[in-house]
Design a protein around this ligand. Structure first.
Ligand code: 0O2
Length: 214
């Protein structure tokens, strides 16, 4: 019986994670519907692929602690925006803004926040468009409004971010010699990739595909 409060907390946490994972499914479906419609109507596929994840309990606790918040179930919902994460990989830069606009204008979606790391890249070179949206999820006892972080990027931006993430997690860049030079090299790679993205976009415009659709 002394374990009862612990079990009850564990059950509540499991339920919260289930709700986040349902919210992810709702957003994913909306994006897939958009892509299917555009594919059939205009032979256009702005979304190359979608990755989703629910943040792991250890990462949730770490982020709350780092930010000075209490580590509790209520605190997760109140203080974290990225427990539910959807990553949308697009072909061209313009696709990113189109997808963001199409998603945000759906009337059951509330756009809470936009961080444009494409127009304003992070100092390390990171690029992506981040949206925090709120979406209702319907259950037997009513609906719950859940926050989902949607990261939208090109294939090229995803290539850089995935490798940089891997390198950063393998070893903390601050702990190694030449960390500044390595950071600068990574930033240069991001610049090169960004130039290529712009070039690909301009090639698409020259060929004239999809430009009639805005
Ligand atoms: P993981 O493992 O991807 O979940 P917020 O409280 O949400 O406003 P936060 O969390 O700093 O503040 O938000 P931000 O900077 O908009 O986005 C955080 C997420 O974006 C990260 O999640 C990464 O997924 C991605 N991201 C941001 N900066 C970088 C970067 O420099 N490199 C890479 N590879 N990804 C980045 P997490 O929780 O850090 O990690």
């Amino acid at each position: 019986d002394s374990a009862a409060p612990l079990f009850s907390q564990a059950k509540k946490f499991e339920e919260l994670m289930m709700v986040y994972s349902c919210a992810i499914r709702e957003v994913r479906t909306k994006l897939e519907v958009l892509n299917d419609e555009l594919s059939v109507r205009y032979n256009r596929n702005p979304i190359e692929f979608i990755k989703t994840r629910v943040k792991k309990p250890v990462s949730i606790a770490k982020k709350l602690e780092q930010r000075g918040f209490e580590v509790s179930i209520e605190s997760v919902q109140n203080n974290l925006n990225d427990v539910a994460g959807v990553r949308v990989i697009c072909c061209f830069i313009d696709d990113i803004y189109d997808v963001a606009r199409w998603l945000a204008k759906q009337d059951d979606i509330k756009l809470l926040e936009v961080k444009d790391y494409i127009r304003h890249p992070k100092p390390n070179g990171y690029r992506s468009l981040h949206l925090i949206v709120e979406i209702p999820v319907f259950f037997s006892e009513g609906k719950k409004k859940m926050k989902v972080e949607v990261q939208i990027r090109t294939i090229a931006m995803d290539f850089w971010a995935s490798l940089e993430h891997q390198l950063r997690y393998k070893k903390d860049l601050h702990d190694i010699e030449d960390s500044e030079a390595i950071g600068e090299e990574l930033r240069q790679c991001a610049e090169t990739i960004a130039k290529t993205d712009i070039q690909m976009q301009s090639i698409r415009e020259k060929i004239g595909v999809f430009t009639e659709l805005t």
